[in-house]
Design a binder for this molecule. Structure first.
Ligand code: ATP
Length: 441
């Protein structure tokens, strides 16, 4: 059995089966953009919903927001993004190709034309997409597509304190799009120009940051476990001081063994009072928090777990990809955790030209769909073998087949994705705890 995949395996499965397509593909594509197909949307939402449930719904110290993508340009001036959100850019003097200087495999050779380096000095290239708001394009109308969701959280910190006056510590969470004009988008969705982030700013008393940092380290690891990432593929990198943002006193990057190598999956940073201090200075409004039951005020410090949805999806797909052999034929399947799989059940009539089978199968499909909305797929294309192969490839844990016996005894055949084992099960037992050996007849 093969349980590791190349990037090509993942890209081709995603396209073939309707998870992820190249953005604007019909017009030749737009570099660094990707479109999610029906199964990709479902997988992505399952990951985002799990995150939201765990970190917002199931906690009483967390507040959710959904801020505007376009923000006042002062946000990005105060945060330092206008001046310093840059990557080093070099240009090949032969072919005029432009590259990110710190990502060149060989700094002496152009990766496009292969000529000996005549790159010259690197220029600082700002990665924000600039636009203007309203009908007049001048200095005052400049805005940017946000390069991170975090600033939409910081700018709402005071609103949340005024509306809810939460106990300290508390957190504000947001899931949403972020845009970065990456010099060299690459490696499928790993480095995109438009992507999605799931971010939390957790506000703490400055004296307690260390214990909260440890708490969030632990929470991140638990989340990785819940999305099915094997612990041995995850590596904690304590970012050394000279590589950290100047305001951060501690940063841990979680790296993952992708087929492209060990790369950053997400980051956890202690940001001190850098952001609230900037807002306070630039807006002239106090961001101080008054400790309940006392007159003490503090400018809270911040712990930031910053997850990238695309990098999580890629890690989930890579971890789930399997190849084995069934009856002498190669089989590809995704051993996705049941709660992440786009479909939990596929329902089929054994033969699609037998109305009595179709009718019974439709009823099973309808009843299951009521119980698991959006998680049940109707599949009557091709023969049973083809259906199984298709469902294996998209990671559906259970295929339910209605045959002639089903008409007599109200039982169905249920096939397990990972073992390919088949069992007869009563229709009424098609429940959440469908584990073989328990509900079989
Ligand atoms: P890198 O060094 O890989 O460019 P970064 O350190 O700039 O990443 P952060 O600014 O810390 O990334 O962003 C937080 C998270 O957002 C990252 O850990 C990653 O999961 C995600 N992310 C950042 N840039 C991209 C991108 N271009 N495409 C997809 N996800 C991204």
């Amino acid at each position: 059995m093969k349980d590791s995949s190349s990037l090509e395996d993942i890209v081709s499965l995603c396209k073939r089966r309707g998870f992820i397509y190249q953005g604007s593909e019909v017009y030749g594509g737009l570099s660094g953009t990707w479109d999610y197909g029906p199964l990709g949307v479902q997988l992505k939402r399952n990951i985002m919903n799990l995150w939201w449930k765990k970190f917002v719904d199931e906690r009483d110290d967390m507040y959710g927001v959904d801020a505007a993508i376009l923000m006042n340009q002062k946000v990005w001036q105060a945060s330092g993004h206008v001046d310093t959100f840059t990557d080093p850019l070099v240009e090949c003097s032969e072919c005029k190709g432009r590259f990110r200087a710190d990502k060149l495999d060989d700094p002496n050779r152009c990766p496009t034309c292969g000529s000996e380096s005549k790159f010259g000095e690197a220029k600082q290239f700002n990665m924000m997409f600039k636009t203007s708001v309203g009908p007049v394009a001048d200095e005052g109308s400049v805005s940017y597509l946000r390069p991170e969701t975090a600033q939409g959280i910081f700018t709402n910190y005071k609103n949340i304190v005024d509306s809810f006056y939460p106990d300290l510590p508390f957190g504000i969470a947001q899931i949403g799009k972020a845009f970065r004009n990456e010099i060299s988008p690459r490696d499928f969705v790993f480095r995109s120009r438009e992507f999605e982030q799931m971010e939390i700013e957790y506000f703490v008393h400055p004296d307690t940051w260390e214990q909260h940092f440890e708490h969030w380290l632990d929470q991140c690891k638990k989340f990785f476990e819940e999305i099915g990432l094997p612990a041995e593929r995850i590596h904690e990198l304590e970012v050394p001081e000279n590589d950290r943002a100047h305001y951060s006193k501690r940063t841990v990057d979680f790296e993952f063994d992708y087929p492209i190598g060990r790369e950053e999956l997400m980051g956890l940073a202690y940001r001190t009072d850098f952001d609230l201090g900037n807002i306070q200075r630039a807006s002239g409004k106090s961001m101080e928090y008054r400790i309940k039951g006392s007159n003490e005020t503090v400018l809270p410090h911040v712990i930031e777990p910053s997850f990238g949805v695309e990098r999580a999806i890629m890690a989930v797909l890579v971890s789930a990809y399997r190849e084995d052999e069934q009856n002498g034929e190669k089989r590809v399947y995704l051993a996705l955790p049941e709660h992440l799989a786009p479909a939990k059940y596929a329902v089929s009539p054994l033969l699609k030209n037998k109305p009595e089978l179709v009718e019974k199968a439709r009823k099973v499909y309808k009843d299951l769909s009521k119980k698991y909305p959006g998680r049940v797929m109707w599949d009557d294309n091709g023969n049973i073998g083809k259906r199984y192969r298709r469902q294996d490839e998209i990671g559906t844990p259970y295929c339910v087949v209605i045959d002639f016996d089903s008409l007599e005894d109200d039982s169905v055949t249920v096939r397990d994705r990972d073992t390919t084992e088949q069992k007869r099960i009563k229709i009424t037992d098609l429940t959440d705890d469908l584990r073989f050996g328990e509900a079989s007849i």
